[in-house]
Write a protein of this length. Sequence first.
Length: 132
Amino acid sequence: MRGRRKTVKISEAEWSIMKVLWDGCEENDRGMTLGEIVQKLAEPTGWSNTTIRTLIIRLAEKGAVSIDKTTGVYKYTPRSSKSDCIKCEVDSFIERVFDNNAYNLMASLVKGCHLTEKERKEIIEILDTIED
């Protein structure tokens, strides 16, 4: 797509790591340790410490996560914002599935689900605020 800033492609498993980092680093600015990330993910995913560490390293190699090595314990923080990653995923989805036509995506979403009156009004308000 023209004018699109290059953003990191994140796998489904990596999204789990990023969500934990976005939430955890929003609560504090110091970053999260591997132990803190493992504590949030091990039980719901069944992933081992090693698997989680491997995913974090992959994210760091992609540039999505930074690693602070200045203390005895490594601290991990997201380098890509949640909104940037979501935008990249949506753009990629529109490009792959809807031949780069956002209208087709919107039409599919609106026709394919039940919207409340409030939701319809909010969508119309959003569309009305978009500048050409």
